[in-house]
Design a binder for this molecule. Structure first.
Ligand code: GDP
Ligand code: CA
Length: 317
């Protein structure tokens, strides 16, 4: 089967490890909202997290960046007072950003740059940025100032309430080559348990992508990133609060909305503990199924992916 997945970083790539083990033809459209220019280098955190994770190069301990990493360059930069110091750029990781920035400056598109980087990492899936254009998620804080999403997330730990979260430059952005075809030409479209606001939400904010999701003949199945009213890892609740959505499996599904009612999903996998939401979801046109949603290892995650594909098959019938 041809399966397309709209993914962020850590949650998306963990899910992909399970899905990939089932042996399908997988295309991943990755969020660009986290992208940032640091020390003159273009950094694409979610693309790199997916690439390193599926390429067996991710730091198992941190969940981002490279295994066996050192931070000597970062210390040298700090010694010059050249900031920012809050973003962890390891020495091995920096080679990726240097190669990417060099190719981008030569006029190569981010999709082709990503393909070149993946030639080394062999992730076993096709990785596409959502867009080749420079978009970045910015966060409007309560005091009226605006910061890059990374600064809010990494430096401020999302502890300062956000008033608004927006993908800057979205209006001018176009989907990267291959993205629309991957959405309209697949057999199943999956929204993995990625952050609904700053991962999936920012992919859908690129003009044309949400429209393609609404139009595809493929069933669209989402996996809840929320279990028992809590984000499993990270601070997704802070993002949901900023857009006025409750932190619950039901509220996220309702926020995505049923495609039959103008939304973007047909089916929704919830954790066993959230099984009681089925009736409410069904009344809104979303068919749900409850299974254990903890991605503890590849085998458990493969079971989640299998359940998503089974729900998709039911929806196709
Ligand atoms: P990021 O870009 O690195 O923040 O990663 P994603 O946006 O792809 O995914 C982050 C989300 O994954 C978090 O907000 C969690 O809600 C979700 N998540 C992490 N681990 C698990 C898990 O084991 N099960 C489920 N259902 N969701 C998870
Ligand atoms: Ca991210």
């Amino acid at each position: 089967m041809r399966i397309t997945v709209l993914a962020g970083g850590i949650g998306g790539s963990r899910f992909l490890l399970g899905l990939r083990s089932l042996g399908h033809d997988i295309t991943v459209v990755v969020n660009n909202g986290d992208d940032i220019t640091l020390f003159g280098l273009r950094v694409c955190p979610d693309l790199d997290t997916v690439m390193y994770t599926l390429g067996n190069g991710i730091s198992a301990e941190r969940g981002w960046g490279r295994e066996d990493e050192t931070f000597r360059l970062k210390e040298e930069l700090a010694a010059y007072g050249a900031g920012p110091s809050w973003f962890g750029l390891g020495d091995l990781d920096l080679a990726t950003h240097i190669a990417r920035t060099m190719w981008l400056r030569e006029g190569v598109g981010l999709d082709e740059v990503t393909r070149r980087l993946c030639e080394r990492w062999q992730p076993g899936v096709r990785l596409l940025p959502a867009t080749n254009d420079d978009v970045e998620t910015h966060v409007l804080l309560d005091d009226g100032s605006t910061v890059h999403f990374q600064e809010w997330w990494v430096r401020l730990h999302a502890e300062v309430p956000a008033r608004e979260i927006r993908l800057r430059n979205a209006e001018q952005a176009r989907p990267a080559p291959g993205v629309i075809d991957a959405i309209t030409g697949c057999d199943v479209l999956v929204l993995p348990p990625s952050n609904p606001v700053v991962s999936v939400g920012t992919i859908l904010a690129v003009p044309g992508i949400a429209e393609a999701v609404r139009a595809t003949a493929a069933p669209v199945v989402g996996v809840s990133p929320i279990i028992a009213d809590a984000p499993v890892r990270g601070m997704a609740d802070a993002c949901l609060t900023a857009i006025g959505v409750e932190t619950s499996a039901y509220a996220v599904a309702s926020h995505y909305g049923a495609r039959s009612a103008g939304g973007v999903i047909d089916g929704w996998l919830v954790d066993d503990t959230d099984a009681a939401t089925a009736d409410k979801l069904s009344a809104e046109g979303v068919r749900s199924r409850a299974v254990p949603l903890w991605m503890t290892d590849v085998a458990a995650t493969a079971d989640i992916a299998t359940a998503a594909l089974e729900l998709a098959a039911e929806l196709r019938r």
